[in-house]
Design a protein around this ligand. Sequence first.
Ligand SMILES: C[S@@+](CC[C@H](N)C(=O)[O-])C[C@H]1O[C@@H](n2cnc3c(N)ncnc32)[C@H](O)[C@@H]1O
Length: 250
Amino acid sequence: MTYNFLHIALACTSLSLCSCGDRADIAAKESAVPLEVASVYGTCAPGDGGSGKTYMGREIAEVMGHTGLDWLERSEREQEERTDLLMRMLPIRASDAIADIGAGSGYFTTRLARLVPEGVVYATDIQPEMLAVLEQRARDEGMLNVMPMLGKIDDCGLEPNSVDLALLVDAYHEFSHPAEMMRTLRAAMKPEGIVVLVEYRLEDETVAIKLRHKMSAAQAKAEMEAAGFTSVKTLDELPQQHVLLFKRSR
Ligand SMILES: C[S@@+](CC[C@H](N)C(=O)[O-])C[C@H]1O[C@@H](n2cnc3c(N)ncnc32)[C@H](O)[C@@H]1O
């Protein structure tokens, strides 16, 4: 099956780069906002790697700019993160429609594309610079079943009921509008579709990643539940990251 490369319209806002207080402060500030005027988001003094915006007691991380491409593509990544093992853990069939959300340079996109020779990988990102690299990479590797899509900060941009498996590696924690993103992703998932969050373990102090770029399994599950998903399984075989599998709950 052959797919043409397609770009969907961009609607992106500026990305804040700031630095924060602890999670108890964040929860206190959020709960101090009167209910009738409270949005689901709050603010805090930006912490290291944080955006200054909060959601469910967590400070949302700043978005990793495209200048961080080299880090995503570092040669030690497979060994450090066991990305090969991650690929083998995913419940993927050859004809599946996969969404790689926050795909960055496409590190996972072409690996996924190889697993779905009869399917498609929708690769979304909000940074055109990332997508340009991703698109070139798909071309270089001859992956015709990759469809890059320029996303919006509050809308995954995928058609309703179109995705069998959505993979979000090191991306969810930096969504500036996680509630909106996951609401639209929920609609895009087929009824039995699986959403996989891969996040650096906050519970593990030895994982040397900025605090705001890590998530606890409990926090991720609470946020996903609020977005209408149910936890199916949590896998902790990777050296640094949780692999959290969810399904639509209602
Ligand atoms: C740390 S990178 C990870 C890239 C890739 N998943 C990987 O592991 O190699 C996170 C990516 O998520 C993207 N991103 C942030 N918010 C997004 C959103 N609302 N929709 C799609 N992509 C988003 C960023 O632009 C960035 O490229």
